[in-house]
Ligand binder design. Structure first.
Ligand code: COA
Length: 545
């Protein structure tokens, strides 16, 4: 019998897969994976090479931007260091087990705001581990405008709190903030209070709220530690008050130092606003680590046995174009052993649905597979979401969704709308954990179901080549007064990242690593929810005052 090319490829894949299983699998060689997807990528094609070099160009732009953002404001950094304070990322390295494992959210948020560039949006947020337990860190960057809160700071902080609340992950606030950036107070004042609301509600739900005060904190910066379950304050550099020494002088004519007015000695011995006195910053993070050790957080057993994908993750740069999501090939570079159990492969082919595992965590995947959209695809996806919900499987959406052309026949159009509405409802009402990766287009209202915070994705990330807009860019330009340049800017990946439309940009080759971290968080979240449910203090926040 003559072997057809596809059969040769399958056999080759099987052999390579068997070799990988016995040599490169993590943990036992008995790792179980689904049948591997064959590699059909032609890396020598012009199309692949062009996509690859465009995507790599975007990666470089992103890396350069990250460097600039992380330098913050050189003048502010000097002032900060002169005050004997650690920089925000150094603080995190003292707190966390391994800062290299930190999953930072919205790293380039704040770039190009109408009120200027705000590095890291003035606050670094993300997930890291302390004594092997996951925590969400929300850390003000005190080196930029005294760590004050801009509208984008608030947006980023509220989103981080929302994620922590949905996943029941303990929060650590590293507080070094002069409160609201006063020239923009009208855009901050009302919603600013939600930060405190979230803190109280999370505490009452049994989600620990811990604060370390390591700078001069005014107003909003003062309530965060005061409302925390447990707070630590650094001698001399840390202080909290509703009005600082300049205001006291202006209002009362009294001259008083920050230390006397609201320093660590005063608040740990007289007011009781904080619970632990730290002689310096180093000690404050040691105490914070001990506090986290005392939280009685669950011990979670994580999967130990899994195989890497068979194919190179770098290929992802050359696989996704605006009009071809290449779903199977993308999936094969993300999941364990490139294994995929496809569901309804022959029906509603505009979407690919199926089961896989990532670093040993079982998941359901829904991926766009064609630019055209139809009712069958929505019906299939609704069914699949229901199966994942029934089986308690986290859902992963790989999004490259174009605006659908309205069908000229109103009956067909109506049917499509009904099916898609059902898909949106099934996603919105599914109570399993959901994460979306926008790999290409995110255009039109149909995108909501696949990858949006709006319909309840717990975390959403996007690749540097992604683009976002209510209508496809051409359509948007033709129906609005926006110029081509404006449409390009406002639908760009950077604009989405800067404005916290997603939880941040990630590089294609990091997708598996990021998803693994997120799935680890999801597993921890399940245990945390059980613990929080048992908590005897449930429905009560702390009564420090
Ligand atoms: N609104 C706007 N800008 C503020 C600010 C605020 N609330 N607080 C500080 N800044 C700016 C300063 O103007 C300065 O700007 P520059 O970098 O352009 O020079 C920068 O932040 C750093 O402030 P500075 O006072 O030089 O630094 P510091 O480290 O000695 O003190 C604070 C930082 C935040 C403790 C101190 O500036 C302060 O007490 N600010 C007032 C806080 C306040 O009243 N907040 C009320 C919020 S409702």
């Amino acid at each position: 019998m003559a072997l057809k090319p596809a059969m040769v490829r399958r056999i080759f894949t099987g052999v390579r897969y068997a070799i990988l299983q016995s040599s490169a699998c993590h943990g036992s060689t008995a790792a179980k994976t689904f049948t591997a997807i064959s590699d059909t990528t032609d890396k020598s094609s012009e199309n692949f090479k062009n996509l690859f070099s465009t995507s790599k160009g975007k990666e470089q732009e992103y890396q350069k931007l990250l460097e600039v953002v992380r330098q913050s404001d050189p003048k502010g950094v000097q002032r900060h260091l002169k005050q004997g304070k650690l920089l925000v990322r150094d603080r995190m390295s003292k707190l966390l087990d391994n800062v290299d494992d930190f999953l930072e959210l919205s790293a380039v948020a704040g770039v190009g705001m109408p009120y200027g560039d705000i590095p890291s949006a003035g606050v670094v947020t993300g997930f890291g581990q302390v004594h092997g337990k996951d925590v969400l860190v929300i850390a003000n960057d005190g080196s930029f405008k005294g760590g004050t809160v801009f509208p984008i700071t608030l947006k980023k902080q509220l989103r981080a709190q929302q994620i922590a609340q949905e996943l029941s992950i303990p929060c650590v606030y590293i507080v070094d903030s002069g409160g609201a950036f006063l020239p923009l107070q009208s855009e901050i004042f009302i919603n600013g209070g939600i930060t405190f609301y979230n803190e109280a509600v999370m505490s009452s739900m049994g989600i620990p709220q811990i604060a370390v005060v390591c700078g001069m904190c005014t107003a909003g910066g003062a309530y965060i530690p005061t409302m925390a379950d447990e707070a630590i304050m650094v001698h001399k550099t840390g202080s909290i008050f509703l009005a600082g020494p300049p205001l006291v002088k202006a209002a009362l004519g009294e001259i008083i130092s920050a230390e006397e007015l609201g320093g660590a000695t005063m608040h740990s011995t007289v007011s009781g606003c904080v619970d632990h006195f730290a002689r310096d910053e180093e000690e404050s993070y040691r105490i914070c680590r001990d506090v986290i050790l005392s939280l009685n957080l669950p011990d979670v057993v994580y999967p130990q046995t899994f195989c890497p994908p068979l194919y190179d993750a770098e290929d992802l740069h050359g696989l996704v174009s605006a009009c071809d999501p290449n779903a199977h090939q993308v999936i094969s570079r993300i999941v364990d052993g490139s294994g995929f159990q496809e569901f309804k492969a022959l029906y509603g082919k505009a979407l690919v649905t199926g089961f896989a595992s990532i670093s040993g965590y079982p998941v359901g995947i829904v991926a766009n597979a064609a630019a055209e959209w139809n009712a069958d695809a929505s019906t299939k996806a609704s069914h699949f979401v229901q199966l994942c919900t029934q089986r308690r499987l986290p859902l992963i959406f790989l999004v490259n969704q174009h605006e659908r052309d309205r069908h000229p026949d109103p009956l067909v159009n109506g049917e499509e709308m009904k099916c898609h509405a059902r898909f949106m409802a099934s996603v919105a009402c599914s109570d399993v954990l959901k994460v979306s990766i926008v790999t290409g287009a995110f255009h039109g209202l149909d995108s909501y179901a696949m990858g949006s915070k709006a319909l309840g994705s717990n975390l959403v990330f996007h690749w540097p080549s992604a683009s976002f807009s209510m209508h496809s860019p051409d359509h948007l330009q033709s129906v609005s007064s926006m110029t081509e340049e404006e449409v390009g800017k406002k639908s760009s990946s950077l604009y989405a990242a800067a404005n916290v439309w997603t939880d941040g940009m990630i590089l294609p080759q990091q997708t598996r690593q990021v998803l693994s971290k997120v799935l680890q968080l999801f597993k921890y979240s399940k245990e945390m929810k059980l613990l929080a449910h048992e908590s005897t203090t449930a429905k009560q926040t702390n009564f420090r005052m």
